[in-house]
Write a protein that binds this ligand. Structure first.
Ligand code: PMP
Length: 440
């Protein structure tokens, strides 16, 4: 019996996997991974797979990155964890100083959690609570974009808009005001990304003009609506929405959980629009894919609205047990070191170009409706009728067939529905990118 098969039997007896209809494993069992190195994952039978999706977008510098591994080992010798309420430690202070320095000017304070969804919950609660502390308790709604995704816990799920994840739980969720997305997939033939994204500012303006008094914040994913199918838009939209949020006095929450740490070509996507959000949520790549950690950065202005005598009851009493975990902070510091020492953002320009060239071939494919790219993300959207951008019936699960085929040929491609995408670790080589494109 293969080592894989033996291990899968044990797994399926006790593990319930995320985002999975477990019955699917009757046909396509989970792949047990025993080793990861660079862009490669290796299973128990010795088969290797190029991780084209950075294991759900977290792994920035390859599996088993020696620098991050060493930093965690060193931290483990000193301090693995300490309660962050009433206590602090070196790694969390170092990390906070560096994040404040690296993120757009005006983000001054770091509040930690331990996964992306929790960071979104923190930002939503902080924004809501800010307005209460400022005597504006009528503000209790959030504005979001169609096709957005912000996580799976109930608050984060509510401000997302991907029906597949959300519909079942609708009765449990708060109701945001959803405005159309600037997603350029929907632009008219011949219309530029810029023109389309700018045109889509109007519905946001109308919404804020009508609802500003009851709105806490606008929440969005800057530049790329990732789980919504890697849909992309022009930075001009972010600039305009920032202006609108200023004019109508509502917060802007930038969920950079996916886009942060170089994915879109700059360290943070907001940089491309030269904006500072009121809240920036970071996770995923923050620790280079080694440990769960997330952080919400915000301004002193927000912070000051919570600062006062305890008896005023204005404090933000949110917490998670693993908030600011020392090992995770050490991994994050090592990740930032790599960005600095290797000048990753510059180096990624050549890789983005290699991605562009390698995926050009799909543009003329009879079942491809769109090939789009932002920085280190390329998406290829399958379509039954590309001209009409008519999708295949979802029941055919074409993306899943791509997934199965790619695994047999040595690549982990995990399409979102029928959107095949490459979002590799930054240590991938142009040759490995070419290999991925060949398999795809
Ligand atoms: N926001 C965005 C933009 C995301 O892409 C994700 C994860 N795919 C999340 C939030 C949720 O993060 P987590 O899975 O760590 O809860």
């Amino acid at each position: 019996m293969s080592a894989n098969r033996d291990f899968i039997r044990r797994d399926l007896a006790v593990v319930w996997h995320p985002c999975t209809q477990m019955k699917d494993h009757e046909q396509m069992p989970p792949i047990p991974i025993r080793h990861g190195e660079g862009v490669y994952l290796e299973d128990f039978d010795g088969n290797r797979y190029i991780d084209a999706v950075s294991s759900w977008w977290v792994n920035l510098f390859g599996h088993g990155n020696p620098r991050i591994r060493a930093a965690i080992q060193q931290q483990a010798e000193k301090l693995e964890h300490v309660i962050l309420a009433g206590f602090t430690h070196e790694a969390v202070v170092d990390l906070s100083e560096r994040l404040v320095a690296l993120t757009p000017a005006g983000l001054d304070k770091c509040f930690y959690a331990d996964n992306g969804s929790s960071a979104v919950e923190v930002a939503l609660k902080m924004s809501f609570h800010y307005w209460r502390n400022r005597g504006q308790a009528a503000r209790r709604r959030f504005v979001n974009l169609a096709n957005s995704y912000h996580g799976e816990t109930l608050g984060a799920l509510a401000v997302g808009d991907v029906g597949l994840y959300k519909q079942t739980y609708a009765d449990l969720l708060l109701e945001p005001i959803t405005v159309p997305s600037p997603d350029c997939f929907h632009r008219e033939p011949g219309e530029s990304w810029r023109d389309y994204s700018e045109r889509m500012v109007a519905p946001m303006e109308e919404t804020l003009a009508r609802h500003a008094d009851e709105v806490c914040a606008v929440i969005l994913e800057p530049l790329v609506q990732a789980a919504g199918g890697m849909r992309m838009y022009h930075p001009v939209y972010l600039s305009r929405v920032r202006e609108l949020c200023d004019r109508y006095q509502v917060h802007l929450i930038a969920d950079e959980i996916c886009t942060g740490f170089g994915r879109t070509g700059t360290l943070f996507a907001c940089e491309q629009a030269h904006i500072t959000p009121d809240f920036m949520c970071l996770s995923k790549g923050l620790t280079g894919g080694f440990l769960p950690l997330s952080v919400v950065l915000t301004s002193n202005r927000v912070y000051d609205a919570f600062y006062g005598d305890y008896q005023n009851l204005t404090a933000f009493l949110h917490s998670h047990s693993y908030t600011g975990n020392a090992l995770a902070c050490a991994a994050a510091l090592a990740t930032l070191d790599i960005f600095e020492q290797d000048d990753t953002i510059t180096a990624n320009r050549a890789l983005s170009e290699a991605l562009r060239i390698a995926t050009e071939r799909f543009k003329d494919h009879p079942h491809v409706g769109d090939v789009r790219q932002t920085g280190m993300i390329v998406a290829i959207e399958l379509a039954q009728d590309p001209k009409a951008r008519k999708p295949f019936p979802w029941q055919e699960r074409r993306g899943r067939r791509v997934y199965g085929y790619a695994l047999e040929h040595g690549a982990l491609l995990r399409p979102l529905g029928d959107v095949v995408y490459f979002m590799p670790p930054y240590v991938i080589t142009p040759q490995q990118i070419e290999a991925l494109a060949q398999i795809a």
